[in-house]
Design a protein around this ligand. Sequence first.
Ligand code: FAD
Length: 272
Amino acid sequence: MRTAVSQLQLLEPKSLKDALAMMRDERPTPLAGCTDVYVNLNFGTAPQKRFLNLWSLEELRKIQLRGKILSIGALATYSQLVGSPLVRRCLPILAAAAREVGGIQIQNRGTIGGNIVNASPAGDTLPVLAVAEATLLLQRAAGKRRVAFGDFYTGYRQTVMLPDELLVAVEIPALSGRQWFRKVGTRAAQAISKIVMAGIRNDRPRVALGSVAPTVVRLPRTESLLAAGRPLEDAKRTLLEEIRPIDDIRSTADYRRRVAANLLEQFWRETS
Ligand SMILES: Cc1cc2nc3c(=O)[nH]c(=O)nc-3n(C[C@H](O)[C@H](O)[C@H](O)COP(=O)(O)OP(=O)(O)OC[C@H]3O[C@@H](n4cnc5c(N)ncnc54)[C@H](O)[C@@H]3O)c2cc1C
């Protein structure tokens, strides 16, 4: 049954400082675009009663270069990522991933921060951030810390975030080499990934996959074989040892294994 909205409380901070104080004192659930949270409210499966509306905090929406680091505010929407010349220049595969999320309505509301913290293994931006070796800037009233994207997820829908922390920004280091992204879903729009891959090809090739394990995964052994110039068939076999796909409503483990190996081949061929 749908959650009765009249029983919910919505806190409206006027600034990031305000929001962090509310997180410290009242431990509400942050709301960004609400596209994930609303699904749970609609199904009546959201246990939370108190929410914190981040949407008006413009300071969390900036996309800017800080030296060589591309800094993307957690509230940046997919539409902003698609339209940003900086994102298209420094990390075009993030713009490509954003373009394939949901439909226009979701792209106008859904945020990169929400995709990261929601921690679904199918989140489309996550393989991109994994190969980009992004850093996440987390903040609470007591201070800030930076967490490497590769250390952020600890298990299925589990992260290292503390209950009073907000994700403030995503930081992308300067990248060299060719970037590659591919999402495989039922349709071109409004479809959660059956499997999603991002890759960067340079002298240290990087590959990450979504929807093949409890969290997004990098493939270190496969990457080493690619770096060493070993035959692609060896790399594809190793990839299959490094992933743990399951059967679920969107696909089967067998389909995901086959497609993952095919995507590796496509990545390598198209970036040669
Ligand atoms: C119809 C539909 C289609 C979709 N299609 C796709 C798709 O193709 N690909 C895909 O990856 N996703 C898809 N999604 C899922 C969703 O749109 C994305 O995950 C989106 O990025 C979530 O962002 P949001 O701002 O709406 O997050 P919200 O729903 O506001 O929040 C999600 C979670 O993150 C937390 N949170 C949000 N921001 C912060 C912050 N700054 N600090 C701390 N915690 C925070 C919230 O507390 C909540 O737990 C779809 C959803 C719908 C409804």
